[in-house]
Write a protein that binds this ligand. Structure first.
Ligand SMILES: C[S@@+](CC[C@H](N)C(=O)[O-])C[C@H]1O[C@@H](n2cnc3c(N)ncnc32)[C@H](O)[C@@H]1O
Length: 288
């Protein structure tokens, strides 16, 4: 039965890929926008702040921030910028960007603009060598990495900085395995293909982005374990942190509650505590 279900899922996934039937990330982030900071931000926010500290900035830069979301990185970077600096925060989710606007529409800090839409569209509209930095925290998985690299190389001026932090392919591995187990047991749960392009590790980011005019400055891997007391809290974290964005919309809406209930039961039934561990990678690079 398991082999048959796996085959059924594989055939469906090929079909959905061909017809472009992908889960809607924008919808999932709009849903999570009001709780994102209290869940993802509560734990990963300090990692984002440490990443922001490491970005080599002088304070006067013209910056494009991709997938800026609710603005944890926007705020951390703005603290390091002078009033003559300019940051444009781009995001696909209007809900996420609305929270960012509330926090970062300063009157006396650097100029901050907000751009609602696809990040690759936003960067491709920029003139060649017009930016000092392109930043992206926890959003590179939603882009085609080759297209992004080509655009970053084009828009950065010589000496300009690319800074990326992202979850790795192995992030939340044990939780993902339980999600998969449920879907294989009930293929009807899934109605769309999931398109998330997580990097393997820091070495992958370096190889992918530093093969042309970008030079590696620094890169590292890290991890953070999210504490929890009960299986219900794991379910809550996955729903409210945005950690399942790009996946939730792929679940058949009429079965979503059933799926989440079954997921919680599965977590509770494990003999050992299921690790809720984010694995992430960072790359800092500079245009030659
Ligand atoms: C995990 S959140 C990261 C938000 C923020 N950078 C932070 O550090 O908290 C990922 C963000 O990527 C955005 N996103 C997903 N696909 C996108 C796309 N194609 N273009 C722009 N933003 C996108 C989502 O709307 C979401 O706000």
């Amino acid at each position: 039965m398991k082999a048959l279900n796996t085959l059924r899922l594989a055939i469906n996934t090929v079909r959905w890929n061909i017809v472009g039937n992908f889960a809607d990330v924008e919808h999932d982030y709009d849903q999570a926008s009001t709780t994102y900071d209290s869940y993802y931000g509560r734990y990963l926010g300090s990692i984002t702040d440490q990443f922001a500290e490491k970005i080599p900035l002088k304070g006067h830069e013209r910056i494009l921030e991709l997938a800026a979301g609710t603005g944890r990185l926007t705020s951390a970077v703005c603290k390091r910028l002078k009033p003559d600096a300019h940051l444009t925060a781009v995001d696909l989710s209007e809900g996420m960007l609305a929270v960012n606007k509330l926090k970062n529409s300063h009157t006396n800090g650097p100029r901050v603009d907000f751009w609602h839409g696809d990040a690759l569209d936003a960067i491709s509209e920029r003139k060649a060598e017009s930016l000092d930095a392109v930043l992206c925290a926890w959003g590179v998985c939603y882009f085609n990495h080759d297209t992004l690299r080509t655009q970053v190389e084009r828009v950065l001026r010589p000496g300009g900085i690319l800074a990326i932090i992202e979850n790795r392919k192995c992030t939340l591995a044990e939780i993902s395995a339980l999600f998969e187990q449920l879907i294989v047991s009930q293929p009807r749960y899934l109605r769309k293909a999931i398109k998330i392009n997580l990097p393997e590790d820091a070495r992958y980011l370096t190889k992918k982005f530093c093969q042309g005019s970008l030079t590696h400055l620094n890169s590292w891997n890290g991890s953070l374990d999210i504490p929890y007391e009960s299986a219900g809290e794991v379910r809550e974290y996955m729903l409210k942190s945005g950690a399942s964005a790009g996946f939730l919309d792929a679940i058949e809406p009429s079965s979503r509650d059933e799926f989440l209930y079954a997921f919680e039961q599965l977590v509770a039934a494990q003999k050992k505590r299921v690790p809720l561990t984010h694995q992430f990678s960072v790359l800092l690079a500079q245009k030659n």
